[in-house]
Structures are given as C-alpha cells and as structure tokens.
Write a protein that binds this ligand. Structure first.
Ligand SMILES: [Fe+2]
Length: 129
C-alpha cells in the first residue's frame, strides 16, 4: 500500500524571515504538515482493514478523513515550494517576466488587480492548515 511522507523543506526554517518567522515555518512543517501525513496514512490503514474485513460502517467518516488529511498534505507541499527568501513582488521585465506575468495580465488585467483579488480572497476564504 502506498504511503505518504513529509517532504523536506526546500530552505531553512528562518529563510523567510522577517515575512514569516522561523518558529511559524517550523510549526507548520513539523507539526501541522506532519500531522496531515500521519492522518492520511492512518486513514489508509483503516480503509485497508475495512476492505479486508468487509466492514463498511465507518466508510463515510474514513473517506472524509482521507480527503481532509490528503488536502492538508498537498496544500502544505504546494505552500513550501511557492515561497523563497528571494521571491515576492510583481514579475518585472528585467526578471524575464515570462508566462506567469502574461497569465496574470491576461486573467486579471494587471498585477495590481491580481494582488487586490488575491489579498481579499486570502483574507476571507476559509481553508485548512
Ligand atoms: Fe499549517
């Protein structure tokens, strides 16, 4: 049976300071993310046992648990790779703006409009993790 594992951070805990403290990165990686991985693997074991014993009374809760823990694992994995101590801000011509800048311009009408929508969405959307 496939299992999930906690990925290594692509940088040190303190690499994103002062924007995000090393303590917060450590908490999210070593506690939150690790708990999602453990929860997904524990749920997979319970689902395997349900299949082996043909006992399905808990199937709804197990499927919800797997979706919850896997989404936490996937979202945290994306989160780690989307940040860097050298990143941030508007893609500029001098940086070789590329496909991301083109997509932002096409989809949002410019970086300022993208940033305004993302900021509002991030502040008002309920999420896990
Ligand atoms: Fe987290």
């Amino acid at each position: 049976m496939a299992t999930y594992s906690l990925p290594e951070l692509p940088y040190d805990y303190s690499s994103l300071e002062p924007v995000i403290s090393g303590e917060i990165i450590e908490l999210h990686h070593d506690k939150h993310h690790a708990a999602y991985v453990k929860g997904a693997n524990d749920t997979l074991e319970q689902l395997a046992e349900a299949r082996e014993t043909d006992q399905w009374s808990a199937i709804n809760g197990l499927e919800k648990s797997l979706a919850f823990h896997l989404s936490g694992h996937i979202l945290h994995s994306i989160y780690w790779r989307n940040m860097s101590g050298d990143g941030g801000g508007e893609p500029l011509e001098k940086d070789g703006t590329g496909q991301l800048a083109d997509a932002i311009a096409e989809s949002f009408g410019g970086f300022a409009r993208f940033q305004a929508q993302m900021t509002k969405a991030a502040a008002t959307t309920q999420g896990s993790g």
